[in-house]
Design a protein around this ligand. Structure first.
Ligand code: SF4
Length: 691
């Protein structure tokens, strides 16, 4: 008999490190996390996890945790009571609103926090303040993918489930380092490839692990993905591989789209992308002849100046080949943060209420006003600003106050110089977070929030799956759950909503938003989950588009496109392109993984990847220190020589340094959604002899 067993508490939680949404039991005694135990019932991952989900939890007990509210006094933070801090925040936010108008305030909800947190952030912005300037970090990553899906098929989420990816005859991974960023999904693809003979096509300028495992690896020149995708669409029409029956029944604008493909010949694609003609044909034949194709994409596509167009081109290709609405098919933007899907679903978007209802739609506005018990006139129908534009408006003096929940905007927005200037120029800034983050250092008031394991809530993973996380530990010190902080704050601004449990917040949202009509905490108990949209009786939607598309005529839309030049490119001085991305072991600015010793020791330092060709040309050896400079600034770091990168492209992980890679990136962005073109940064490289 194990005498220790009774002391061990087992609690179900959901990993907060990526969009796979692994759930598992956390075994604890007092505040000690003894182990993370995956279970077969976990809907997204079963018994799998990765290094982060399994081991990266020490940060929860870090001495650096915020345990008391902080107020800036004469330039320095001092500890304060919750009453003093919340009174001050409420008073100052209302003062700014009354003096400068509701649109002088901007709100950023957390893509790591719960759905209930996101719902309350947008409710405060819209109802209490009266602005639609509310957003989340999907602006920095996946908004272009959502735009592409809205233009073509209609729902802003993955077409099916992880299980569909596993079942597909062919999986195409484009601009996604799946093995490092969505490790458990990558494992399931690897298994399907090995056990079922699933065909894997990878298209990426970088030769990452999945590229090495691919049956066919295409390596296009950077920023040319729209060209090969459109050329493949044209090839389908020209070679009787387009699914004409599907197109006729389910898709609008077929002729117009087909016409728009005229320039996208194979010859043009070869000249633009640098991909071999035979490889393009093999990819087209493999996709065109398969019974089911899932296409996954991520920031290698979206973080470009025309990421929305390229995302649209990928979805067009799936429509042309009839790959929507059947098992094992569809488009799958791989959501990065654990709840970047949920933060958008639950309304932290400048133009949408929860459940993707437009703020400019009078009927939606009326229903939300009724649900919240106010006059429709109280809710603004003016589209607000996303976080990227908020920062620019702050720099120009139009935004005077910001409220940031759990986001590292000062580190992760592009061109951090401008972000810092913007934050310094605000009249008032509040940050609600677990640590004194780089963003919190600019705040006037810092409110100590709990991490996910110290509060209850729900999260949406990349496959639109809503899952419930239970409270594993009590809040540390005086830190509080996000939903509670926001509820208390709203009450101080005249809106006492009286929530005593996050389930009441979900109930309210489900009453108003048709997409979540049948979502309840009871239906999400333990290992149960629901994939939106969820009907009133609780029926959910593991696979979308089986009965048509959520547009007025029930059809999808092919969307004609043209290729456009990237906004930043090389010249005589800045002669190299810099790519950037994540590593398996770390998460974003390393606020959590950097405070987990075992993880941090695995990869404690930044570096820049240099191709063998460039290393030979410049006399660079492994470990040589180099200076990488963009048109904005410079970073000095050691070189790693690897054929993961090719020719005159460099790669840098995003996790390291107080001012990290975004010291170098620029503000050029996708005009459709204002997502910065992080992947389009021209740089020069100098060898530092003296280091
Ligand atoms: Fe967490 Fe993602 Fe790893 Fe799963 S795959 S354990 S969700 S980081």
């Amino acid at each position: 008999r194990n005498l220790r067993q009774p002391e061990i508490k087992r609690t179900k939680t959901v990993c907060t490190y990526c969009g796979v949404g692994c759930s598992f039991e956390m075994w604890t005694r007092d505040r000690h996390i003894l182990k993370v135990q995956p279970v077969p019932e976990a809907p997204a991952n079963g018994i799998s996890t990765c290094i982060k989900g399994k081991f990266a939890w020490d940060f929860v007990n870090s001495e650096k945790r915020l345990t008391m509210p902080l107020i800036r006094d004469n330039g320095r933070f001092r500890e304060a009571s919750w009453d003093e801090a919340l009174d001050l925040v409420a008073r100052r936010l209302l003062e700014v609103r009354d003096r400068h108008g509701p649109d002088s305030l901007g709100f950023i909800g957390s893509s790591k926090g719960s759905n209930e947190q996101a719902y309350l952030v947008q409710k405060i912005a819209r109802l209490v303040i009266g602005t639609n300037s509310v957003d989340n970090s999907s602006r920095y990553c996946q908004n272009p993918a959502t735009k592409g899906l809205f233009r073509t098929v209609g729902y802003g989420g993955d077409a099916g489930s992880i299980e569909d990816i596993e079942q597909a005859e062919v999986v195409v991974i484009v601009g996604s380092n799946t093995a490092e960023n969505h490790p458990v999904i990558a494992s399931r693809i690897k298994a399907a490839q090995k056990l079922r003979g699933q065909k894997l096509i990878v298209v990426d300028p970088r030769k990452h692990e999945m590229a090495e495992r691919a049956d066919l690896f295409l390596r296009p020149n950077a920023s040319t993905d729209l060209v090969w995708a459109s050329a493949l669409s044209r090839y389908m029409f020209d070679n009787d591989l387009a699914d004409m029956a599907f197109l006729e029944r389910w898709v609008n604008h077929v002729d117009e789209y087909r016409q728009s493909l005229t320039p996208f010949t194979l010859e043009y694609a070869v000249s633009m992308t640098g991909i071999d003609r035979d490889d393009l044909i093999e990819a087209a034949e493999t996709i065109g002849r398969a019974n089911s194709v899932c296409l996954l994409w991520a920031m290698g596509i979206t973080q470009h100046s025309h990421g929305s167009d390229t995302s649209t081109a990928l979805s067009n290709l799936l429509l042309v080949t009839g790959n929507y609405g059947k098992p094992g098919s569809g488009g799958y933007p791989m959501r990065g943060h654990n709840n970047v899907q949920g933060a958008s679903d639950f309304g932290c978007l400048r133009n949408m209420y929860p459940g993707y209802e437009k703020v400019s739609d009078p009927d939606a506005r009326k229903r939300w006003a009724k649900g919240w018990g106010v006059d429709p006139e109280q809710l603004s129908d003016k589209v607000g600003e996303g976080n990227f534009l908020m920062v620019q408006s702050a720099e120009q003096g139009a935004i005077k106050a910001m409220y940031v929940v759990g986001e590292e905007t000062a580190y992760s927005d592009a061109n951090t110089h401008n972000v810092h200037t913007a934050f310094e120029s605000l009249d008032f800034m509040v940050v609600q977070d677990v640590f004194l983050s780089r963003t919190a250092e600019f705040a006037d008031v810092v409110l100590p929030a709990c991490p996910s394991v110290e509060q209850e809530g729900t999260y949406v993973n990349t496959e639109r799956r809503i899952q419930r996380a239970y409270k594993v530990l009590e809040p540390l010190g005086d830190s509080r759950p996000d939903w509670q902080i926001l509820t208390d704050l709203a009450a101080r601004m005249g809106y006492d909503w009286g929530y005593t449990h996050p389930s009441q917040i979900m109930d309210e949202c489900a009453r108003i938003a048709p997409m979540f009509a049948g979502v309840t905490y009871e239906r999400l108990e333990n290992w149960k989950s629901q994939q939106w949209p969820v009907a009133t009786d609780g029926t959910d939607s593991p696979l979308l588009y089986t009965d048509g598309f959520p547009n007025e005529d029930g059809k999808a839309n092919l969307h004609p496109l043209e290729w456009q030049e990237p906004e930043e490119s090389v010249d005589g001085e800045y002669d190299l392109m810099l790519d950037n991305g994540r590593m398996l072991e770390q998460f974003q600015g390393a606020n959590q993984t950097g405070r987990t010793a075992g993880i941090w020791e695995q990869v404690p330092n930044g570096f820049v990847e240099v191709s063998p060709e460039l290393a030979a040309e410049r006399g660079i050896e492994e470990g040589t220190w180099v200076r990488v400079s963009s048109r904005r600034d410079s970073l000095e770091l050691p070189a790693v020589i690897t054929d993961r990168v090719r020719g005159r492209t460099l790669f840098m992980p995003i996790h390291f340094g107080k001012p990290g890679v975004n010291l170098l990136t620029g503000e050029h962005n996708d005009p459709d959604v204002q997502t910065p073109a992080y992947k389009e940064t021209a740089v020069k490289l100098e060898v530092l002899d003296e280091r």
